[in-house]
Design a protein around this ligand. Structure first.
Ligand SMILES: C[S@@+](CC[C@H](N)C(=O)[O-])C[C@H]1O[C@@H](n2cnc3c(N)ncnc32)[C@H](O)[C@@H]1O
Length: 213
C-alpha cells in the first residue's frame, strides 16, 4: 500500500493488480446490497479510483477527494468520476454540504493516520442518515502496537514510512462517537510485494449513519 501511495500515479493500477489489492472488492462486497443505482458516493482518498470503480459500475455517481493532483489527474483520465476535488482529509470542513452523499467509501488511506475521530466526524456530517460508510484500515489486536514502520524495500521511495493499525475497539469507538452504527467487518491481507510474502493485516468495516437525536 505504501509503495503504491508514493509511486507515479500512472503505474499505480499495474502495481495494485500485481500485488493483489483486494480492498476495493472487499468493500464493494460488504456494501453493495445497501446501495442503489443513481445514488451519490464520496470516495475519500480516491487515488486513481480503484476503491469506487465497482460502485460506479453498479450505477452510483462518484465524487472523489484526494490530496494529490497526480492521483486526481490519473482518475480524471478514466472519465467516469462525476466530480474530483483536491482536499486534505485531515482538514475540516470538507468542501461538501451536510448530508450531501448517500454513502462514503475509503480504501488504502486510513492506515496513514493514527487517529480517525475527526475524519469520521466530517464523514458523518456529509453522509445522509441511513447511508453506508465502508472502508479499509490496518488491523491489530488490542495488545499489538499501532505503529508499523514499513521499510524502504516495500515503500519504493528509498525511505521508511510509519503506518498505523487500528483495533476494532478503536474503530468502533470512533464510529459510534460520530453517529455510525457498525454493521460488519472482514479481515483480509494486503500484500506489500508482488511475491505476496510480506503481509499487512487489514480489515474492512461497514457502518451505517444513524440519527444523532
Ligand atoms: C494507497 S492510495 C489508495 C488509493 C485508492 N483509494 C485505492 O484504493 O487504490 C492512498 C491515497 O490517499 C491519498 N491521500 C493520502 N493522504 C491524504 C490526505 N491527507 N488527504 C487526502 N488524500 C490523501 C493519496 O494521495 C492516495 O491517492
Amino acid at each position: 500500500m505504501t509503495t503504491r501511495d508514493n509511486e507515479n500515479a500512472n503505474h499505480y493500477d499495474d502495481e495494485a493488480k500485481s500485488t493483489g489489492w483486494y480492498g476495493p472488492a472487499v468493500v464493494f462486497g460488504l456494501a453493495f446490497s445497501y446501495t442503489k443505482p443513481g445514488q451519490q458516493i464520496l470516495d475519500i482518498g480516491i487515488g486513481t479510483g480503484l476503491g469506487s470503480a465497482f460502485f460506479n459500475k453498479a450505477g452510483l455517481s462518484v465524487t472523489g477527494m484526494d490530496i494529490s493532483d497526480e492521483m486526481l489527474d490519473a482518475c480524471r483520465k478514466k472519465g467516469w468520476a462525476d466530480r474530483l476535488v483536491k482536499h486534505d482529509l485531515t482538514v475540516a470542513p470538507y468542501p461538501f454540504d451536510d448530508g450531501s452523499f448517500d454513502h462514503a467509501v475509503s480504501t488504502g488511506v486510513f492506515q496513514f493516520f493514527p487517529d480517525l475521530d475527526r475524519v469520521f466526524r466530517e464523514i458523518g456530517r456529509v453522509v445522509k442518515e441511513g447511508g453506508i460508510f465502508v472502508f479499509v484500515t490496518g488491523d491489530r489486536t488490542e495488545e499489538e502496537d499501532a505503529e508499523v514502520v514499513v521499510g524502504p524495500e516495500h515503500t519504493g521511495t528509498g525511505t521508511s514510512v510509519t503506518m498505523y493499525r487500528h483495533s476494532t475497539r478503536q474503530i468502533t469507538g470512533w464510529l459510534e462517537h460520530n453517529g455510525f452504527h457498525p454493521i460488519d467487518s472482514l479481515e483480509f491481507s494486503v500484500w506489500m510485494d508482488r511475491k505476496r510474502k510480506a503481509r499487512f493485516p487489514a480489515r474492512a468495516y461497514l457502518a451505517q449513519k444513524q440519527s444523532l437525536q
